[in-house]
Design a binder for this molecule. Sequence first.
Ligand SMILES: [Zn+2]
Length: 290
Amino acid sequence: MPGTLLIIWDYDTALGQINSTMPYNFSYKPIYEEIENVEYILEQAGHFGVSMTFACVGFVAEEGVFPFNNPEQIRKIRSLGHEIASHSWKHEWFPYITEKQIERSLERSKSALELCTGEPDSVKGFVPPHSRPMSWYSKFSFSLGDRGLYPFHKGSDIENILRHLNKLGYGWCRVLKSYRPVWDKLYGTPVEEVDFPVWEKSSGIVCVPQHYTGFDDFALKYLSAAIEKEKAVVIVGHPAGLSRQKSESKEHFDRFMKEAGKYISEGRLSATTVSSYIKTKFEGSQPGGN
Ligand SMILES: [Zn+2]
C-alpha cells in the first residue's frame, strides 16, 4: 500500500488577509499575489496529478466585487477535482466571538461555498482561522494564546467547535498534531518529530491532524516517512506563503511537488483530498490505525 499525501491550503483571500495579517499595513499587492499563486498551484497540481484541499474564507464565494469576492476561481478549483472546505466566513478569531457568531460563520461559509459550486452538502471540512482555538479542555490542554477562557468564551474549546460542526453537517476539522496536557507543557520538552498520531473522531467529527506547515526539508522528510510507514501525511500551506522566503516559498513548493510527482509515478504515493481519504479509510468504521 502506498503512502498518502494530503495537502491543505489555507486560502485566506482578501477578507482573510485584512482580518488576519497586520490589517493596518493593508495593500493590494499580497491579495493579488495570493490569487495568482492559487492559479500556479492549480497548474502544478494538474501537472503532477495531485488532488488537494482548499480551505477558503467563505466570503470570497459570494457574488460581488473582485478581488474581495472571487466565486469564479472557487468554481475553477472545484472543477479541477480539488476539495473545497471552509476556512470560516470572514477569518474570525473563534475564541473571541459569541456562540451565535460561531454558528453563523460555519453555516454561512458552508452555504456560500456550496451555492457557488452548485453542489449541495459538498463542503465537509473546516479549517479554523489562525488555527484557534488551540485548547482542548477534555485533554487538559490549554493555550493562553487563545485569549479566551471557556465557558466565558464558547469558542475557546475545540470540542465545542466540533459539536457545532457536527450539528451543521460537516464531517472533518483540522486540528493540531498533538494536544499536550498543561503539566506536560510546563515540564515536558517540546519535540518536533516525524510521527503519525492516530486520527480520532470526536463529537462525530473526524479530527485531521496538521503534521507540518511548509514544503521545506522537514516536509520532504515527513513525506518519505509516510511512504515508508504507509501512512497519510497532512501538509499545510498558504497560497500567500509562496511569495514569502520561508518554509512555504515557491522554491520549496516546486521541489516538494517534483519529489511527490516522482513518488506518484513510481506508484509509491497517492495524493488526494481529505474527504476522499476519509471515505476510503474510515467509511463504515471508526477512525483509527492511521
Ligand atoms: Zn487563515
